[in-house]
Write a protein of this length. Structure first.
Length: 398
């Protein structure tokens, strides 16, 4: 049985795209080893649940905390030291990788414990060099997944520069690169002045069995829903609240790990906001069928936020919800390709209160078309989107 080694600087709970690839590899009859991290935070329960689900997968888990302390401190100091000098391009590739993420060396050490791989696949920028290291160690092909526009994730100019430098050095050396959206692929191609037939987009669709036919409702309350790993300031929700308070007969349901400070300062003012406990991805997707309008509220406060197609907008579309999305480039791109499924808006109160009131006045039509939207989007799912990925793996392994 062929062996696929996955490498990530995150854990399973914070990297659903990695989880889908692991599941895909198992269903395609590959043996799987995963080198990733574990966090002792809000994600631990969900992460433990995911690991227990993959009973035949070998996990090499790296603690992400400060223990052992000396190892953590050394990697932290290396990260900070290399970042100071990264701009002058005097670092070797392993040092550039360590400056991008202190977890890079930890991954290298963990990979040394792996005995075999026929294909190595990496996720997240701190894993770019370790993935290439593993491919050389096992003399096997390699792939990498670019879910976000990583050089545009940060407001730190030095980190942006170093991340782009690492991508330029190593990305063209992989046997394939998959991207979370066509916009991100186009931007990386523009940055590198490089294109490859082995670079392709895989949108972050979910398995179709995670969604059920939506429930027709005639409830008086119009139900909005929004979710995120963390419910806190900076995710776009606080800007929407000013518009939301002007509406009547509405409820806003939030899912995610709640930041108590944000609740006390923002959400506690509103009686028509219901915060739900953090639940599994599948449970969340099933519950989306209960709502009318899904909110995708991302703000383009960095270049990645403008280009990345988020999990939430994909989940809303697959569940049949009508989508109300902020007008970042990624949202405009996907709504333009699915114009009956939602609209984009700005955060201008004068412009958007009229748009919101029109949506609410059309709520009966929106509800009546819910099942149509769900059925229309059935062809867009992970089972079909992942065929390109399976074909690439088979070509490289056979």
């Amino acid at each position: 049985m062929k062996e696929i080694l996955f490498i990530s600087t995150l854990n399973l709970a914070t990297n659903p795209r990695l989880v889908k690839e692991i599941d895909l590899a198992i269903k395609s009859n590959y043996s799987v080893t995963v080198v990733c991290f574990e966090f002792n935070n809000w994600s631990k329960i969900n992460n433990d649940d995911l690991i227990s689900r993959f009973k035949n997968v070998e996990f090499i888990l790296i603690p992400a905390g400060r223990r052992p302390f000396i190892t953590w401190l050394c990697n932290l100091l290396k990260e900070k030291y290399y970042r100071l000098f990264g701009r002058v391009n005097i670092l070797v590739t392993s040092q550039i990788s360590q400056s991008v993420s202190r977890r890079s060396n930890l991954l290298i050490n963990a990979i040394k414990k792996v005995h075999r791989a026929d294909l190595v696949i990496g996720h997240n920028p701190g894993a770019i060099y370790p993935t290439m290291f593993a491919a050389k160690k096992f003399n096997c092909p390699s792939g990498f997944d670019i879910e976000d526009y990583h050089p545009g994730e940060y407001n730190n100019r030095k980190l942006q520069h170093i991340t782009l430098l690492l991508i330029k050095k190593l990305l063209p050396k992989f046997n394939y690169v998959s991207f979370g959206s066509e916009l991100i692929k186009n931007k990386i191609e523009e940055d590198l002045i490089y294109k490859s037939k082995n670079w392709f987009s895989i949108l972050n669709y979910f398995p179709s069995n995670e969604f059920i036919e939506p429930i027709s409702t005639s409830e008086e309350k119009i139900k909005f829903v929004w979710f995120s790993q963390n419910i806190k300031k900076g995710r776009g929700i606080e800007e929407f609240l000013e518009l939301f308070q002007m509406l009547e007969n509405v409820e806003l349901h939030l899912y995610g790990h709640l930041d108590n400070h944000f609740f006390e300062n923002e959400l506690s003012k509103y009686k028509n906001i219901i915060v739900h406990q953090n639940i599994t991805q599948k449970q969340l997707h099933l519950e989306l069928s209960l709502y009318d309008i899904g909110l995708a509220l991302d703000i383009a406060n960095n270049e990645n936020r403008d280009l990345a197609i988020t999990n939430k907008i994909i989940a809303y579309l697959q569940s049949g919800l009508f989508v109300l999305a902020s007008n970042i480039s990624a949202h405009k791109y996907i709504i333009n390709h699915n114009q009956t499924h939602g609209v984009c808006f700005t955060y201008s109160i004068d412009d958007n209160i009229h748009l919101l009131k029109k949506i609410l006045s059309d709520i009966e039509t929106i509800r009546q078309n819910k099942i149509k939207r769900y059925n229309r989007f059935k062809d867009y799912c992970w089972e079909k989107e992942s065929v390109l990925l399976i074909n690439k793996w088979e070509a490289l392994l056979n």
